[in-house]
Design a binder for this molecule. Structure first.
Ligand SMILES: [Zn+2]
Length: 299
């Protein structure tokens, strides 16, 4: 586990120092945030590695001499929630629209039976994660939020805000006093974005660019500044206008993908994406294909 101090009141942890999993490296790249308010600690997402997260929580409680009061979950995907048992004694918060999906997951891919099966895929390369998948103690969060939840007072308050996009229940956590935003998976730094194919996506980044925020803590990877958000937005702008032209010219997606003028994703090479792509898939290619399908329908 890597723990980084972001400001006097904010620390993050991730597992980028662990061996990347070739099955799916989401558990290593996911970002956990600890926010210290004057009288309490708040965690954003809890990841998968329960022992490490317990250690991070203890470390923070000792450092700040404060108790943990909340775990805020940015969305319902397993890589963000699996270790929730570490926070069973505090208030756990999720967007209200996530509850149906969460129940569906608990009786589907996160059921005891399916987790036992999935754990096998990881056993050989990472027995710790296999244990965590198999022995997760998943529950329904006790606090659900329709639009917004404010915690703390005045200039130290934080805001859990449901914005959708990556998933319907996706939420961001704003720390206005520090000019910091925890983005959940609406921003990924360790691989290309997994946003909704909709005009809302460039709009969302544009909104962030106009906010009084200096640092964005992504769902996966290390924090980035506003220039990164702008690069993401500009990438989508150029991709959309390129695809629109090609659709008008009736060019097929297979040809588009090979086109030398296809806008390049700005962050190619900064991390090794192969760990996050299933052997049969390429996330950037999938993303472009999905946008192509969306725009074709629109025209
Ligand atoms: Zn994720």
């Amino acid at each position: 586990m890597q723990v980084q101090k972001i400001t006097d009141n904010i620390f993050i942890a991730n597992f980028l120092d662990k061996k990347r999993s070739i099955v799916n490296d989401a558990p290593q790249t996911v970002t956990i945030t600890c926010i210290a308010l004057p009288d309490q600690l708040i965690f954003v997402d809890c990841g998968v590695y329960s022992k490490a997260i317990m250690e991070f929580r203890k470390q923070m409680e000792e450092h700040f001499q404060r108790k943990t009061s909340y775990l805020l979950l940015t969305h319902i995907h397993w890589d963000h929630i699996l270790a929730m048992k570490v926070f069973k004694d505090v208030d756990v918060v999720i967007a209200k629209r996530g509850i149906t999906g969460l129940k569906r997951s608990y009786s589907g891919y996160l059921s005891t039976k399916e987790r036992k099966e999935r754990a096998k895929d990881y056993r050989e390369e990472d027995s710790e994660i296999a244990e965590d998948i198999e022995n997760a103690d998943l529950f329904i969060p006790n606090i659900t939020v329709k639009d917004e939840l404010e915690i703390g007072e005045e200039e130290r308050k934080i805001i859990f805000k449901v914005i959708g996009n990556h998933t319907a229940e996706s939420a961001i956590v704003l720390i206005p006093g520090e000019k910091i935003m925890c983005t959940g998976d609406n921003l990924l730094v360790t691989y290309p974005q997994l946003t909704r194919t909709s005009y809302d996506t460039p709009e969302m980044y544009k909104t962030w660019e106009n906010m009084d925020i200096d640092l964005f803590i992504p769902g996966h990877g290390n924090p980035v500044k506003k220039d990164y958000i702008q690069s993401v937005r500009l990438y989508y702008d150029s991709l959309i206008s390129f695809l629109k032209t090609k659709i008008k010219q009736k060019i097929s997606i297979s040809k588009i993908l090979k086109d030398e003028d296809l806008p390049k994703y700005f962050d190619i090479g900064s991390t090794n994406w192969s760990f996050s792509c299933r052997p049969e898939g390429n996330w950037l290619e999938n993303e472009i294909t999905r946008w192509h399908r969306f725009l074709k329908k629109k025209q």
